[in-house]
Design a protein around this ligand. Sequence first.
Ligand SMILES: Cc1ncc(COP(=O)(O)O)c(C=O)c1O
Length: 348
Amino acid sequence: MVSFFRSNVDAMAPYVPGEQPLPGTNIIKLNTNENPYPPSSKAMSVLQRVDSELLRRYPDPYANEFRQAVSDALGVPREWIIVGNGSDEILNVLIRACCDGARKVVYPMPTYVLYRTLSAIQPAEAVEIPYGEDFKLPLEELVAENGAVTLIASPNSPDGHAVPIDDLRSLAGRLSGILAIDEAYVDFAEESALTLLNEFENIILLRTLSKGYSLAGLRLGFGIANPKLLEALFKVKDSYNIDAIACMVGAAAMRDQVYIQECAQKVKSSRTKLALSLKQLGFKVWNSQANFLLVQPLQQAETVYQKLKSRGILVRYFFQPGLDDKLRITVGTDEQNQTLIDKLTDLL
Ligand SMILES: Cc1ncc(COP(=O)(O)O)c(C=O)c1O
């Protein structure tokens, strides 16, 4: 039968998101790196102010209220910010704007699987370079490929390591294309690459409200780069990509930095405790600056994943070469983490 679709779409594997049980399901959900704490109450109270006029009209195409809140919180000019329906949308727009069969996407592996999916949809050639021992950045290989876009997640998923700023600086200086630094998990890390934006015209930083701000359901992310770089991305993005409610709620969350820092601090301290408990159970645990831990159990990872699931705890198992003997566990509250440890102790 003749296909309705482009051959690359027929040939590609779909992105498989982590399982999302219905809200209210009695499960401890440690599989998609959501924040265990609720969103800022100041952000939630904005919902009471939503009136019908706000919804009757199209929203602000630039989400300026939210951009201004980001500008105030991070000290970057508003014109340096582009807002997306999750940082996934910014990644999508970036690849659509920059890449095709002759202009490649380059990234180290393993990393966020969506980079491969978005490249396959475009289609753009995706060059995947394995990370070195202990997640050392393959700097020379990345430079040699000189992609139209080089993507580095820092902290990286699924292991949580942060790429040293000096490596990112060196990469940016030696690439002629764009270096996109995906800081989805930066709210739990020691440092950000934000200062590099003043040094290089070819860097875009990607951030999200899905992790540090407990707003994964709102779908709000943003990119920070100089306005010259953003000009092309504004041409490619949907005009009304951010709905009016997301813009208001996101702005209020961004203004509540005290609460965000408080939650991040709790997650970081739980991360340390959880890593220790898992090590005591014989797991190998990678150092993480994110809100999750990559671990390798002594037992078969898939079996541990299944057994935890049947006991009401969801963690992430990747059917992927190099990862199929490991699990990625989101850091929950201390109480959730203790339940995880108790169940693991039982079943191991
Ligand atoms: C490395 C990385 N980047 C980006 C995202 C996407 O975040 P958002 O919810 O803002 O689309 C994720 C989500 O899990 C991620 O792990």
